[in-house]
Ligand binder design. Structure first.
Ligand SMILES: Nc1ncnc2c1ncn2[C@@H]1O[C@H](COP(=O)(O)OP(=O)(O)O)[C@@H](O)[C@H]1O
Ligand SMILES: [Mg+2]
Length: 308
């Protein structure tokens, strides 16, 4: 009888031990570290929730002193790189800022993973901004900090304090953007292209899911432009990013884009693959492609969505 009691006691304490270890692992285990771990590196695009487009722009209109976007529809699939082309002043940066939540549309909807960001409160928008990185045209850079500290800045801002972890992450990022050994340089010592590389490293530092580039190759010569474009392509794959690249540089978009979108007069005039763009006989697409003048009065095709 005594033996049976001891056996039951042992059985019960084993059960308690297993139960508590499951509970600890479930509720505490994943939250003990502040720093991103390997687990954070899961491929978001394979999750069921991401079978819908990660970004959807639905009939978005935006005016300032004049109408800029007059009804834009755009969808970006998870893991895709979408290039947005258009002449200067057509509203490419405005569209990017709307997607980032920096601007609000006058009407229409912008959805992130199916949720409308136009209705998100500030706290939710902050959460979104942790997942969506924006590479500004000028590539905001603190000129009193060296390259290494500039790249580390968003990590510190996020509350990461483990110096060893920060050092390893910055080393990884310097390597990823092909700036190995340049961490000690100051802003003035960098070429225009290298400054853009630092801006890219900074924007991927916190491991975002989406990256929005505004004119990543503007102001550099065509050779550097090409290598920056290749870098954007490489990082998209390596870091499993969804990217939106806004530019008037067709060469850049030919390298980076899975889908190419051409804005004209407040609407999306064309969207399709680079091959479709290059094969399109739409007069405006042809003019844009060849860099020739486009005469609206000579264009016979009705304006609208030319998705060839
Ligand atoms: N914050 C703003 N206030 C007033 N007008 C703006 C603002 N942002 C953009 N615009 C206007 O919207 C139009 C499109 O600008 P933008 O998106 O920057 O063009 P781009 O295609 O060259 O990036 C321009 O006419 C610009 O002057
Ligand atoms: Mg712009």
């Amino acid at each position: 009888m005594e033996f049976f009691k001891i056996f039951l006691l042992l059985l019960f304490s084993t059960y308690l031990l297993i139960l508590s270890s499951i509970l600890i692992r479930r509720f505490v285990g994943k939250r003990t570290t502040v720093e991103p771990t390997e687990e954070d590196d899961e491929d978001v695009c394979s999750e069921a929730s991401n079978q819908i487009p990660i970004i959807e722009v639905i009939n978005v209109k935006k005016s300032f002193d004049h109408p800029v976007l007059k009804g834009v529809y755009l969808s970006v699939d998870c893991g895709q790189t979408v290039g947005i082309l258009g002449k200067s002043g057509t509203g490419k940066s405005v569209l990017l800022k709307l997607i980032a939540g920096f601007l609000k549309p006058d009407s229409g909807m912008i959805l992130f993973e199916g949720r409308e960001i136009t209705r998100m409160r500030e706290a939710k928008l902050l959460e979104l901004r942790k997942r969506v990185s924006y590479v500004f045209q000028g590539g905001a850079f603190f000129d009193f900090l060296n390259v290494r500290e500039n790249i580390a800045y968003p990590l510190r801002e996020r509350g990461i304090t483990d110096e060893n972890w920060i050092r390893d992450r910055v080393d990884y990022l310097l390597d990823a953007v092909e700036l190995e050994g340049m961490g000690g340089l100051m802003y003035d010592e960098l070429s225009v292209g290298a400054k853009k590389q630092v801006a890219i490293a900074r924007s991927i530092a916190i491991d975002p899911d989406v990256i929005l580039y505004d004119e990543p190759t503007t102001g550099v010569d065509p050779i550097i432009g090409k290598s920056l474009s290749r870098l954007i392509r490489k990082l998209g794959r390596q870091e499993r990013l969804t990217s939106v690249v806004v530019t008037h540089d067709l060469k850049c978009l030919e390298i980076v884009s899975d889908k190419l979108v051409l804005l004209k007069d407040g609407f999306i005039h064309f969207q399709g693959s680079v091959e479709q763009f290059n094969g399109s006989e739409d007069p405006f697409v042809e003019a844009f492609r060849t860099g020739s003048r486009y005469d609206e009065s000579l264009a016979s095709a009705a304006p609208g969505l030319a998705t060839s």
